[in-house]
Write a protein that binds this ligand. Sequence first.
Ligand SMILES: [Zn+2]
Ligand SMILES: [Zn+2]
Length: 124
Amino acid sequence: MSTQRKTRQRRAIWKAIQAAGRPLSPQEVLTLARAEVPQLGLATVYRSLNALVDGEEIRAVELPGESTRYEPADLAHHHHFICTRCKKAFDMEGCMLKHELTLPPGFKVISHEITLSGTCPDCD
Ligand SMILES: [Zn+2]
Ligand SMILES: [Zn+2]
């Protein structure tokens, strides 16, 4: 594959993730990026996603029992919400845990993850 074509595909994928405003599955990335690169295939999407993760332009979002989603790497700390009906993942601003948690002496938190689940407005 030519470098130019690869660059164009990768850029379309990056743009789709950047514009979505929520974490996307590879299938969702494919659907959105095809608007710009109609001949795009799922294998190329996976390859490009891995390259973009390696380049720290996007990051993988692991949700319990779900396929990996992808979001821009530069987002501030936030949490995720997964709709149990349409399976879309959403960003939830803020952090309810930051000031609420009292740790026993000697414990230091380095990171935490919270995944909320329920129904989104479209599915309610
Ligand atoms: Zn939904
Ligand atoms: Zn948090």
